[in-house]
Design a protein around this ligand. Structure first.
Ligand SMILES: [Zn+2]
Length: 490
């Protein structure tokens, strides 16, 4: 029996809704979803619960198909976790979230309209994107630096764009209308949710305009941006800040397409797959650093060397430069500082295989002393090249950010790549400093607090992203979900 399907967003306008055969279920042995409130297949009318179930299911499975095209078989979610697909959560709200147990969507009515976040293929693919990224980079869940949180949001948007581009009618419409290099219904995501924010919350809300990947936003230190601004303005809030990376990604995709011989919809699909594969590979290997957009961009260049012989280097470098993100992959792996102590061992298991006591002392003298400072063993693979790293973790007090956070702390983790220089250990690429990372973390938490994303009293408010957990005697700020409201609703 066919189902009714909206291939993009209910308010994208294109391509037209279709009546399609629904996607088969996931094969045994691969990761899938636990569906809720299953109803029989039927072409239910848009807006009905039956439609919503099949629409949400179809969008989620199409996002998985896209992911497997660019990253290979999806065998697991976060280890040990099943993922429920909840197309209509309890409390009405303009929201959608991923919390390691579910992709949750909501419905709310008002101002003469009903908004169902689970009816938007954009929104469902975005949430699935959080789950894909969490599977390959669980360390980003706990990241406490603005660009790292923003990258998670941007990654969801990139997955939404790539999922949209899997649809042939969508690609044909973009090519026929010569729309790629202008505002269009693919680079703009979650139009219906933004419309709801404008109609039901505040027409001047920053999220009342859809996020756009075709943009001219320029990177600057997140702390230099205001924490609030009008619809679509670039602000220091993770969804908005993510638009910088959306721009880098979309421009890479269109640069690769423009440089290709095939200017048809098939050529566009090939460019989307190339860019998607580079993004997935880079997301796996980008060192966890404060300038994370740059880190991912450099990892895309290294992935391109490995996968395509560097054929897309100019497309990538120019795309990032257009958003004020300067890439230099060689610099990321070049010696910044020679350390005391021998080079890392060939086989890396414990942190002492990577840095000796002498190296550690030297490293601390360079990055600075911090509270509860420790180093964790890590290793990155850039194609065939393996690079050892240490994760530098320390505790940051948050009482100065807000009175509400008096006595609250969080942990920050930043990577230092460790290589060899003339037989000795050497720090490669970006060298963090304790002072800088404390400032980055405090600014990120300030932006969360300003956007109402911290559930200070642990009330279980699903519109927040962070809450305060007791860990022994300590009150620690931790992530509870990636939530796609942008705060400031009440
Ligand atoms: Zn999100």
């Amino acid at each position: 029996m066919p189902i009714t399907y909206i291939p993009n967003d209910p308010r994208a306008g294109q391509p037209p809704n279709g009546t399609i055969a629904p996607h088969a279920g996931r094969p045994a042995g691969l990761a899938g979803f636990v569906f809720q409130n299953v109803v029989a297949e039927d072409p239910y009318p848009v807006g009905s619960d039956g439609f919503l179930f099949w629409q949400c299911r179809e969008a989620a499975l199409r996002a998985v198909d896209l992911w497997e095209t660019i990253d290979g078989p999806l065998t697991t979610w976060q280890p040990g976790q099943t993922l429920r697909l909840i197309q209509k959560g309890g409390q009405p709200q303009l929201n959608a979230f991923y919390n390691r147990n579910s992709l949750s969507f909501f419905e709310v009515s008002g101002a003469g309209a009903t908004y169902q976040s689970g009816a938007s293929t954009d929104v469902v693919a975005h949430e699935a994107g959080h789950a894909f990224l969490d599977m390959i980079r669980p360390d980003l869940w706990s990241a406490m630096v603005g660009e790292q949180g923003a990258f998670h949001e941007s990654f969801g948007d990139c997955i939404a764009i790539l999922t949209a581009l899997e649809d042939r009618a969508t690609r044909q419409a973009l090519i026929a209308g010569n729309l790629l290099r202008q505002s269009n219904f693919v680079e703009s995501t979650a139009e219906d949710l933004s419309h709801g924010i404008g109609a039901l919350i505040d027409p001047n809300h920053n999220a009342a305009d859809p996020r756009r990947a075709f943009n001219t936003h320029q990177w600057q230190f997140p702390s230099a941006l205001p924490v609030n601004g009008g619809p679509g303005e670039l602000i220091n809030e993770v969804h908005s800040l993510g638009m910088i990376f959306n721009g880098c990604f979309y421009d890479t995709l269109t640069n690769i397409f423009d440089a290709g011989a095939d200017q048809s919809e098939a050529g566009l699909l090939a460019a989307a797959h190339t860019t998607g594969r580079l993004l997935a590979a880079a997301a796996r290997t980008a060192p966890l650093q404060s300038r994370f957009f740059q880190s991912v961009g450099n990892a895309m260049l290294l992935a391109d060397q490995d996968m395509n012989g560097g054929a897309n280097a100019a497309a990538i470098t120019n795309a990032f430069a257009a958003h004020n993100v300067t890439l230099n992959a060689a610099q990321m792996l070049a010696t910044t500082s020679v350390l005391a102590g021998r080079a890392p061992a060939a086989n890396v298991g414990r942190v002492t295989d990577i840095i000796t006591r002498a190296s550690r002392r030297d490293l601390v003298s360079k990055v600075g002393k911090a509270v509860q400072q420790r180093f964790l063993a890590k290793r990155y693979s850039f194609g065939s090249r393996k690079v050892a790293a240490v994760g530098h973790q320390h505790k940051v007090p948050l009482g100065d950010v807000s009175e509400k956070l008096a006595g609250v702390v969080c942990l920050v983790l930043e990577d230092v790549l460790i290589g060899v220089d003339d037989g000795r250990a050497a720090a490669l690429g970006m060298m963090p400093s304790v002072g800088q990372s404390v400032a980055e973390v405090q600014n990120f938490v300030y932006s969360l607090n300003e956007a109402g994303q911290i559930d200070v009293d642990s009330e279980g408010n699903t519109e927040t992203t962070h809450s305060i957990h007791r860990v022994g005697e300590e009150r620690r700020l931790v992530r509870t979900r990636f939530s796609c409201t942008c705060g400031r609703y009440h």
